[in-house]
Design a protein around this ligand. Sequence first.
Ligand code: ZN
Ligand code: ZN
Length: 357
Amino acid sequence: MYQTINRTTGRAEAASRGLPFTRWADAMPLCAKAIREKRMPEEADLADMLDMKYLIIRHKRLAEAMQLARRALQRNRDFAFAYYVLALPGEDDVAGLRAAKRGLKCPATEESLFLRTQFLQRAVEMAADLGAQILLGGPPDEDDQRHGVATALFLGAMEDAEQFLAEAPPDNRHRPKVLYYYTLLQIAFEDEISPNLHEIKSTLDALRTAEDFRTWLTSSPPPNTQLRLAQQNVVKHYRDAQEEWADVLSASQDAESQQGTARATGNEYVKWLHRIDFAEFACLGPGGANPAHWRTEKPKLYAWKECNVELYRCAWCRTAALGLLQCSACGGPRYCDATCQKRDWKAHKTTCPGRKN
Ligand SMILES: [Zn+2]
Ligand SMILES: [Zn+2]
């Protein structure tokens, strides 16, 4: 903003410089208008970016910015900034997660560390929250796909957290949040975490460093968000919980091996995954069709990475969701919708067993 100091009050006041705006932000819609008046199709994204940014930072009108983003994507389906807007915290995490995952596929995202870390941190947050919402809905029923989706959501959150932590610079302000999620996911889904948590020591060390860094940068302690408190509680009480539940866990594991069904235990999702019949998804997974080989793997979540969670993830954008559509030619890969299927066809048509020549 152009400002002068009022000598009487000592306050800063807006000063006119003969421009049609006094705050810099208010120049954005004027720039967008000027760009549109040039009628250069290749600059349409630029004008939309300015308008979206203006709606968000100056007016907090996120819903309108999102509408503009959706319209812009009809013109350019690789418009990374439009996905960035759609992945901001809004009302719909399902749509937001899909936007973050599609944003990660945009060519511009490969060039931009800012966009990449932004999409990744939002994807971790939304996928973990959506997975938790499913779990809060109750234990799995027979053929309950929701729990398959929850597993795929958590696995996706772990993968995206790992990529984020590998790439985000130490001053990235989302680092602590991603590490809170990552600790909880590791404790919940990695097998055989000892009572002293030494298997995830590097994550806990990284979190301490990230929090110290934030404290130093902002001169204030990390805010006690619900997520931070949850993470601290789980870490603090993990040993006690292990001891308290040890008998129940081992009894229920014995029962499962007799009945072949999963019950609500720490490893319920992994156990539940055992029941899925891979035969019909033979075209998926590492090295093609050999489900028998996958079953012999140690029942650790990571061992399932390449096979059954694929049933609940879009083969193109990798979003985990209910109600994915199958390739109608082979019934193999799943997609969010026709958009993702079309984007994947170039790759899938070379291996699709049902493809007509
Ligand atoms: Zn998709
Ligand atoms: Zn196919």
